[in-house]
Design a protein around this ligand. Structure first.
Ligand SMILES: C[S@@+](CC[C@H](N)C(=O)[O-])C[C@H]1O[C@@H](n2cnc3c(N)ncnc32)[C@H](O)[C@@H]1O
Length: 250
């Protein structure tokens, strides 16, 4: 099997599917999806279509997060790197580095094979986070899709990042709806997380960091989308609050 070159990845997701373009066509499923469908609605779709829509949503969320001031992008647990490559292609940003951080050597090799000059594959373990590759970066966009929940010590991971970089913006799509306060019927229940062997601590750790004033949540959308029924991810957007600003709004 050939490795996923940028051209192949382009083909896999071509023609470019956007949520806005997709929405009107969903009427054939008996009702219109809302403009930003959530996982409950996506369950009504054929899996094939739902998966396509899911990746379109991921791509759109990542693209929206990549604002002009960002000077480096990090995808934690990047797998084959397909999300990062797609973002590099969609954004057309050749002026900043994109880092795919992944523990699995064979998956890193797939990202390396793409050979896009400013997309780098980093050997990385959530359990022993070394963000040395970010030296010099000032405003970093951190992404993760269905990955951080596999990590061990969540607090250490964020602290290691914050020690290295002052400006951090996060756009995470993770299986955490069971842990978000106020979500009565999460599409990703705690029992499923336990069954999958997830670390249950991701959202509580972020909530503690927010409580302590070191980050601020910008948006939380529980069970926003999912690659299939039972795999709902929630959107969590946040930014780091620089130390000299902390406590100002309290
Ligand atoms: C479900 S995959 C998601 C991959 C990718 N984010 C995507 O959306 O396709 C989870 C990823 O997390 C990675 N991962 C798991 N534990 C890790 C660790 N301790 N350090 C770094 N990556 C890890 C896995 O190797 C895998 O690539």
């Amino acid at each position: 099997m050939s490795l996923p070159t940028p051209q192949l990845i382009r083909q896999l997701r071509a023609p470019p599917l956007t949520v806005k373009a997709f929405w009107p066509s969903t009427v054939r499923y008996g009702r219109r999806l809302s403009l930003f469908p959530y996982m409950g609605e996506m369950r009504m779709l054929e899996l094939r279509i739902g998966v396509q829509l899911h990746w379109a949503i991921v791509d759109q969320e990542y693209l929206d997060s990549l604002t002009p001031e960002i000077d480096a992008v990090v995808d934690l647990g990047s797998g084959t790197g397909h999300n990062l490559l797609q973002l590099r292609l969609n954004s057309n940003r050749s002026d900043i580095p994109f880092f795919g951080c992944e523990i699995e050597k064979s998956w890193r090799a797939m990202l390396e094979e793409a050979r896009l000059g400013n997309v780098h594959s980093i050997s990385f373990d959530f359990g022993n986070p070394d963000f040395g590759f970010l030296d010099g970066a000032k405003r970093v966009l951190v992404l993760s899709h269905s990955a951080l929940v596999f990590g061990g010590r969540q607090r250490e991971l964020w602290e290691a990042l914050f020690q290295r970089v002052v400006g951090v913006k996060g756009c995470l799509l993770e299986h955490v709806s069971f842990a978000i306060p106020g979500v009565e019927r999460p599409l990703f229940p705690r029992a499923t997380a336990e069954l999958c062997g997830h670390n249950l601590d991701l959202f509580p750790t972020l909530a503690q960091l927010a409580e302590g004033g070191s980050i601020q949540f910008d948006e939380i959308v529980p069970d926003m989308t999912g690659v299939g029924p039972g795999a709902a991810v929630s959107l969590i957007r946040f930014h780091r609050v620089p130390a000299h600003h902390q406590g100002r709004d309290k």
